[in-house]
Design a protein around this ligand. Sequence first.
Ligand code: S3P
Length: 441
Amino acid sequence: MSHAAPRPHSVSASGPLRGTATVPGDKSISHRALMFAGLAVGESRIEGLLEGEDVFATAAAMRAMGAEIERGDDGAWRVWGVGVGGLLQPAQALDMGNSGTSTRLLMGLVASHAITATFTGDASLSGRPMGRAIEPLSQMGADVTASPGGTLPLMVRGLCPAVPIEYRLPVASAQVKSAVLLAGLNTPGITRVIEPVPTRDHSERMLRGFGAELIVEDGPEGKVISIRGEAELSPQHIVVPGDPSSAGFWMVAASIVPGSDVTIANVCMNPTRIGLVTALRMMGADIGEVEPREVGGEPVADLRVRHAPLRAIEVPPELAPSMIDEYPILFVAAALAEGRTVARGAHELRVKESDRIATMRAALEAVGVPTEEFEDGLAISGSGGALLPGGARIASKLDHRIAMSMVVAGLAATQPITIDDVGPVATSYPDFFETLDALLR
Ligand code: S3P
């Protein structure tokens, strides 16, 4: 997971994108599949797992705590779990690489086991706030020692039995919600999370699928999620649907490059994940859903996206949780739209793999797109479909989604856009460039 020398990449306007793209397995679901299978008693099988560095960080950590995880020749993964309560003391620090999801969810697992684990990460992850997970896990009895500012490296000393809590999420974060629920798995009694603003619900869906007693109710303050601890999870056969966040790059690329017609196969259409589709349709994008179906407890469809002129919108702030990872690519769509797009209410972008408001503002300005930065978002004055000037080198700040978004911007730029380092793309989308080449052929 140590990053090699920076790998720059240049891209400028090219022909239309045509054909079918298959996106990798959903990252959020892949992490959870490995963790829950690693806690079930017996053999689980996972198909379509995202084979990216972030997910490998989770696999390595679960192995270090006793789970057996193997990739079969057929591409499916097999996991033999240790049982809830059965995680072993890892011999070494757990290297989380670039992955915030691995870190926060695994902190939750460790918090209610009688083990101690140290979490380390790369420069990007080491700057991200962990206090939001430390706070509830400490209430449950875990003893966490973090670096200044509540960052990595940090050490979690779990408590078993831990103390069940009722926790109202102060930030809309599926990672924090999941950390508390996962700690609750090995905690006697009922652990409860109150979620005022709904966030992705893959943990809830999949925990139920593994046999945990978990209920979701509507309360006066939002959703109330209750999990009964000391659960026994039974092994599952999981099919991971395609990642809507990865699909977002092709949705926007096809929308902004004239003549494009792309089908993106097998995309997870969970309502807590598809804010980008909603926003792009508001902008005039032509996105059709083909064969809606259910795969592994998640709604799935193929998406057919054809080039269409885009117009600026005010992005509804209430869409933020359902498209939080898609703002960088939405900003690229806005850069090609007619008029000024304003996206606010997205303060969380400041604490992602990079400060995505500042990083995208700098990147877009460098390639000739006028922007205005707000504390909680960005305004972007679009070209009305004209090619962007380009001709700049942009800093992607170890952030895979910035790198891929600016590659897509390059597809609509007169002069090449050079991304300083596309190495981090491997964290979530190892085949990104192969797929791009195939669509341009
Ligand atoms: C994720 C939740 C989101 C998202 C991240 C994946 C998850 O983070 O940005 O890429 O799998 O739970 P937050 O919980 O910080 O919003």
